[in-house]
Design a protein around this ligand. Structure first.
Ligand code: FES
Ligand SMILES: [Fe+2]
Length: 426
């Protein structure tokens, strides 16, 4: 459990909120590059960390990220005219550069107005099919993170975003929680669960395909430079007389990213707070060998192709209590959840308690160790920031950070499967 005060500290992310300040010290992905497809295209309204922003590409293709409301009389710049080196408000023609400088104020002859004012502007960059933003103090900007997927050919990356209506921590905790995989996702993890059989799902691109029927994995959690990682250790039948374990290593990268393994695939999931009660999940899938894969099947498996639960125009999850998150109870005769698709199952769980869950009344068990660590490293980062230090992981080298799902003899160290992860020394 978590005290009510710590729960507040963890969940509030707007300007000035302590956890919000932690997020602002990182480069976070905020949208897909395809949302701004070409120079001079339609600007996009964007809400991130409780701030209302407008993102655009000027006529030369450079990215701009400004506060949405015009400095003059606060109308939306998203309706404005995109020009060669900035955006111009439709109303009275004030023009703003990419860095927020006011270039022109045609409805006044007083030049001091534009000299005195500056719009709130953030740095934006494009990489890996995503647009990333740095929203923190200029003198604290960390190096741009070297995620491994940035070296995979763009056409072999499946990049998706989906917004949903709960606090980022609820979605992150669902992802950090390995013990639900064999239960909530029973149809994928344990085909044959109905008649007590365990048939391994041999789909090497399916993250919910477990190698074992073990429902109570042992968790080993360790702090690393980027945050922490854990191994979920599940018993396997012996192989050639050797006792074996199945090891699933999940890295939790500060502030709110995890990597989920399938045998041949990695899925990097960023939980980016839109505000306290909404989260933008940005997911990047790629094969470990860098090759292409069947991306429509990838989406179908996750249930993101279902128009009942996804608004494809706004890329928003529309499951609510009104439609019972798409649950079909009659299907539950031979389907565990009655909810179609792994991600749809996950989102129903994270949204069912409401946008901000009361963690002071929960009852945690050993299988929740990773969740406890995820909360602690964010709260530790809040305290470090308040003491004038950097948050955990802000300068970590991410190039070798990977998830894994492999079988290992019981006398081997699981850390050998993650040579790119370095233990944190403090
Ligand atoms: S409101 Fe934007 S120029 Fe007047
Ligand atoms: Fe899940």
């Amino acid at each position: 459990m978590l005290s009510k005060a710590d729960n507040e500290l963890l969940c509030r992310v707007g300007p000035g909120a302590p956890a919000g300040e932690v997020f602002r010290r990182f480069w976070n992905p905020v949208m897909l590059a395809e949302d701004l497809p070409s120079p001079g295209c339609q600007p996009v309204r964007l809400r991130i960390l409780g701030e209302q922003l407008v993102a655009f590409r000027d006529n030369t293709g450079r990215l701009g990220l400004l506060e949405e409301w015009c400095l003059h009389r606060r109308v939306s710049l998203a309706l404005g005219r995109v020009e060669d080196d900035g955006i111009r408000c439709l109303y009275h023609g004030w023009k703003f550069g990419l860095d927020g400088t006011v270039h022109e104020t045609p409805n006044t002859k007083d030049v001091r107005v534009r000299q005195r004012l500056r719009a709130r502007a953030y740095q934006a960059r494009e990489a890996g099919g995503l647009i990333w933003a740095y929203m923190g103090p200029a003198d604290k900007e960390p190096p741009f993170p070297k995620w491994r997927f940035l070296s995979i050919p763009r056409e072999n990356l499946k990049v998706v975003r989906l917004d949903s209506g709960s606090n980022y921590m609820q979605v992150l905790e669902g992802g950090a929680d390995t013990s639900h995989v064999g239960i909530l996702h029973s149809d994928f993890a344990r085909p044959g669960w109905m008649d007590g059989q365990f048939n391994v799902n041999t789909d090497e691109e399916n993250p919910a395909a477990l190698a074992t029927a073990e429902l109570a994995p042992e968790l080993d959690v360790e702090d690393t430079e980027f945050g922490f990682h854990y191994a979920a250790i599940r018993a396997l039948p012996p192989e050639g007389g050797k006792a074996m374990h199945n090891i699933r290593i999940v890295p939790i990268v500060m502030p709110s990213t995890r990597i989920i393994p399938a045998r041949a695939l990695q899925t990097v999931l960023f939980e980016v707070p839109i505000d306290d009660e909404n989260t933008r999940t940005i997911s990047v899938g790629y094969r470990t060998d860098g090759a292409g894969f069947d991306m429509s099947r990838y989406e179908e498996l996750r249930g993101r192709t279902n128009p009942m639960l996804v608004d494809f125009v706004n890329r928003r999850y529309i499951g609510t209590w009104e439609n019972r998150f798409g649950q079909d109870r009659s299907a539950m005769k031979d389907n565990w959840s009655g909810i179609p698709g792994v991600v749809m199952e996950d989102l129903a769980m994270s949204m069912s308690p409401g946008p901000i869950v009361d963690r002071s009344t929960e009852h945690l068990v050993g299988a929740d160790a990773a969740i406890v660590r995820a909360r602690r490293q964010l709260l530790d980062s809040v305290r470090r920031l308040q003491a004038g230090q950097d948050p955990i992981g802000v300068r970590a080298d991410l190039a070798g950070v990977m998830a894994c799902d492999e079988n290992l003899p019981v006398d081997s160290r699981w850390q050998e499967l993650a040579p790119g992860h370095h233990a944190r020394q403090e």
